[in-house]
Design a binder for this molecule. Structure first.
Ligand code: ATP
Ligand code: MG
Length: 356
């Protein structure tokens, strides 16, 4: 019998609401297939600061390491904004990725046919389609480089260092090329090589990795142009490979093309099978506790978990199909369309759990 060990880190804001729905769906899949589901729960982010004084305790890390996969809601909220940066909820998120060695963040961005009308680029998307996989480097770059405040000629100043090693670039580039082999065989590497030394290193390493994948087309694009091209013609992209901060920004931009930030999942993986799965959105404090958060991104993250960490492709597909069906059944306000009934977070979750 298959045993699935999953650690749930619900986090803050809408995190508990959306993970509750994703767990409903996960339980339903396991029931239907007679898989044993072993769930554990841990604290991360603001709720961990409140309970334990730090955003990520060693106990939570241990629970994650003991599991086959981690499902995370979201962290953060305005009440934590004045904390020093090492105690901020986001520090917990950065730390768990590093501690679990999760250097690759995969963000599939496609548009469900029924949502083409919701996308701000509807005509373009209806004509050409959009199916992009953003492969974002997750444990290096400017988010992790040395940072500090200082004084220059008596003027208060601050700095953040963007640093990459060849090894860090090589391992993420391989993830992108491997993914492209299973897709449309195209990698667009996004950087700012006309200005940044780190981008020049990226190009040298990515060129080298590309030599091992002669059947994958490689092109380079500056990040400012990529931001524009995403709006102009998103169908030109297959796999979009980029460093940590550029990936953060571009994937939020791409998410809007899909209709809502509330429907896009992500997987963070490393060298092993342990992965961390989470929606690409944040804790959405403005709508927390109202029962209106869209649970689809988190439910789709469970599909990615089943696919990548547990190699259950059919079960992943059944969740993805049920999510698509749910868009006809009803929607949360972020996808509002008068043709479809308004539903709560829990109603959507229950519909999908019954359907899978
Ligand atoms: P982070 O820095 O953690 O990525 P953020 O500042 O980018 O967070 P989010 O928490 O992602 O912000 O919220 C951005 C906007 O998207 C908010 O208006 C929020 O209400 C909305 N939003 C985010 N997630 C959802 C969701 N699941 N359903 C509906 N709306 C959402
Ligand atoms: Mg964000």
């Amino acid at each position: 019998m298959n045993t699935l060990k999953v650690c749930i880190l619900a986090g803050d804001g809408v995190g508990p609401e959306i993970t509750a729905e994703a767990v409903k769906v996960l339980k339903s899949v396991c029931n239907a297939k007679n898989y044993e589901l072993q769930l554990t729960e841990g604290l991360i982010g603001g709720c961990a600061v409140d309970a334990e004084g730090i955003p990520l305790s060693p106990a939570t890390v241990e629970k994650c390491r003991a599991a086959g996969a981690v499902l995370l809601g979201a962290v953060g909220g305005p009440q934590y904004d004045s904390l020093p940066s090492n105690l901020r909820p986001e520090a917990g998120l950065l730390a768990i990725r590093t501690k679990l060695g999760l250097f690759a963040n995969l963000r599939p961005t496609k548009v469900f046919p029924i949502l083409k009308e919701v996308s701000p680029l509807k005509n373009k998307i209806i004509e050409n389609g959009m199916d992009i996989l953003v492969v974002r480097e997750l444990t290096g770059g400017i988010y992790f480089g040395e940072k500090g405040v200082t004084e220059i000629d008596g003027e208060p100043s601050a700095y953040d260092v963007m640093m990459y090693s060849e090894y860090e670039v090589e391992r993420i580039a391989k993830v992108a090329f491997e993914a492209a082999c299973k897709r449309r065989h195209k990698v667009t590497c996004v950087d700012k090589a006309n200005v940044l030394e780190s981008s020049k290193l990226w190009r040298r390493v990515v060129d080298r990795v590309a030599a091992d994948y002669p059947n994958v087309e490689l092109c380079y694009m500056y990040v400012d142009n990529a931001a524009m091209q995403l709006m102009r013609n998103p169908s030109q992209f297959d796999v979009l490979l980029t460093e940590n901060m550029f990936g953060d920004i571009l994937s939020d931009e791409a998410s809007m093309l899909a209709g809502s930030i509330g429907i896009l999942p992500s997987a963070s993986t490393g060298h092993g099978t342990l992965g961390l799965y989470e929606p690409i959105h944040g804790s959405a404090p403005d709508i927390a506790g109202k029962g209106i958060a869209n649970p689809l991104a988190t439910i789709l993250s469970v599909a990615m978990m089943l696919r990548y960490s547990f190699h259950l492709e059919n079960e992943a597909l059944s969740i993805e199909q049920a999510v698509e069906d749910s868009l006809f059944f009803g929607r949360t306000p972020d996808l509002a369309d008068t043709a479809y009934p308004a539903k709560t977070t829990a109603e959507i979750g229950s519909f999908i759990a019954e359907r899978v």
